[in-house]
Ligand binder design. Structure first.
Ligand code: UD1
Ligand code: CA
Length: 460
């Protein structure tokens, strides 16, 4: 099949009450229009054209990278008028599929089913049965159930308004036929617009069969017009992803409290996630990874048997097999923890490599550092990596022990097996296997007495 896809996306979306064009609002971190463009791409069409209008510059700036043609609809005179904008380039022999830029959850299977109906020259229409069809064009059928036309809500009679079969707006038809009907559209209706939906009546007039697929899942054809609908579709989308993950063997404590905004490239066996986990970007999870409540993992590679404890943020990092992170840890970009590393509560790590079996268990900041294996970094250790202008490196070699509350003023090197006494400020390299400390000596003052309060004299 020679397929051409047209995506209608020129609408204003004023009910979003937003400065951002509607189609740039996101579901699972991806703009609505990009969801639709991805669906289009999955159908391998000859080309996809997006009709844009409202907020055009911004839309192009945000989504210019998509592999589509962009056509501007300067005046928004209706869905029929929108399709007229691409009429010229349309191939006679092609099947034209019309999608909406604000209907993000449409499934490929449904579209494939729809396209199959066009094989004998039929016009194929995606409809939906609604409990409350308010706002939708209604599918008018004859006594034998054959589609006669679509009537827009504002043009309905009281009787037609009771029809529960709504028009999703998504349709497919032969290019030559479509062009013929577009030329015959008028704007003689309640809204003074060129309705694409009027081509249904024209098809019937011309004896072209109109076939329908009825979406079984209403959410699939729902458009986003306001923030409530955006939130609803976000949850529907997230639940779909959660179901797929569980089906593949991942334990989710609560599929309703799980968010994936990106790709889970690989998921090992028996991964477990507690409530409120958010995964963003490109995430790899090894076997038996456990992620505690309310953690966020972004663009990271998590090895096998890793435990991420509650309230931790892991961003742009590699966490080695058997490591333990958190609770309340912040792992920032360009961090690599080798196998069996422990990073505990209130620890921030940035641009640092930490060797096998090393521990940073409490209240520390380690940035721009290279830490060897079996190193123990005591509570409250800080790498002073920044002089206000430049960043400097700290190197801590294998088996070093950094006493609590130490500051390592970079650039500085702590030799293998060195011990740093607690409370030290280290400004010069510390030799291997030695004790280095830089705190002032303790003084005990004999015979000293605490000052006492003077007796208060009463009266004046
Ligand atoms: C349209 C259908 C209606 C259907 C409903 C489903 C028509 C006349 N009506 O109604 O039968 O039940 O969708 O949601 O087609 N757009 C443009 N340019 C325009 C007008 C609209 O690009 O000039 C785009 C919008 O951005 C949107 C889509 O077309 O993505 C539908 O437009 P909208 O105004 O929402 O149509 P409805 O009145 O809801
Ligand atoms: Ca609409």
């Amino acid at each position: 099949m020679q397929l051409e896809v047209i995506v209608l996306a020129a609408g204003q979306g004023s009910r979003m009450r937003s400065a951002i064009p509607k189609v740039l609002h996101r579901i699972a971190g991806v703009p609505l229009l990009e969801h639709v463009a991805r669906l289009a791409k999955s159908l391998s069409p000859l080309r996809t054209t997006i009709i844009y209008g409202h907020g055009g510059e911004e839309v192009l700036e945000a989504l210019g990278h998509l592999d589509v043609d962009w056509v501007e609809q300067r005046e928004r005179l209706g869905t029929g008028h929108a399709v007229m904008q691409v009429e010229k380039g349309m191939r006679d022999e092609a099947t034209v599929l019309v999608l909406y830029g604000d209907v993000p959850l449409l499934q490929q299977d449904t579209v494939t089913e729809l396209l199959a109906l066009t094989h004998d020259g039929s016009l194929a229409l995606l409809t939906v049965l609604l409990d409350d069809p308010t706002g939708y064009g209604r599918i008018v059928r004859d006594q034998r159930g054959r589609v006669q036309r679509i009537v827009e809500e504002k043009d309905t009679t009281t009787e037609e308004r009771l029809i529960r079969e709504g028009n999703s707006g998504i349709l497919a038809v032969n290019g030559q036929r479509l062009k013929g009907w577009l030329n015959r559209l008028t704007n003689q209706n309640a809204q003074g617009e060129y309705y694409l939906t009027d081509i249904i009546g024209l098809a019937v007039e011309d004896g072209v069969p109109v076939e329908t697929v009825t979406a079984t899942d209403v959410d699939e054809v729902l458009g986003v017009n306001n923030r409530q609908q955006l939130a609803h579709l976000e949850r529907v989308y997230q639940l779909r992803q959660a179901e797929a993950l569980m089906a593949s063997g991942v334990t989710l404590k609560d599929p309703a409290r799980f968010d994936l905004r990106g790709q889970l490239r690989v998921v090992g066996q028996d991964v477990e996630m507690d409530v409120g986990v958010i995964l963003e970007g490109d995430v790899h999870l090894g076997h038996r990874v456990r992620i505690g409540a309310h953690c966020m993992i972004r663009d990271s590679h998590i090895g096998d048997d890793v435990d991420i404890l509650p309230y931790s943020l892991v961003d742009g990092a590699r966490i080695g097999d058997g490591s333990r992170v958190g609770p309340y840890a912040r792992i920032r970009p360009d961090t690599e923890l080798e196998a069996g590393v422990h990073v505990g509560n209130f620890v921030e790590i940035k641009k640092t490599r930490i060797g096998r079996g090393s521990k940073v268990n409490h209240l520390s900041y380690i940035g721009d550092a290279t830490v060897g294996s079996r190193v123990n970094i005591g509570a409250g250790t800080i790498t002073c990596n920044y002089d206000g202008v430049n960043k400097f490196q700290t190197i801590i070699e294998d088996g070093a022990f950094i006493g609590s509350d130490s500051q390592l003023v970079a650039p500085v090197r702590i030799g293998a097996g060195a011990t740093i006494g607690a409370g030290s400020t280290i400004t010069r390299d510390a030799p291997a296997d030695q004790l280095t400390l830089s705190r002032s000596r303790q003084v005990n003052v004999e015979g000293w007495q605490r000052p006492k309060k003077k007796c208060q004299e009463s009266g004046d």
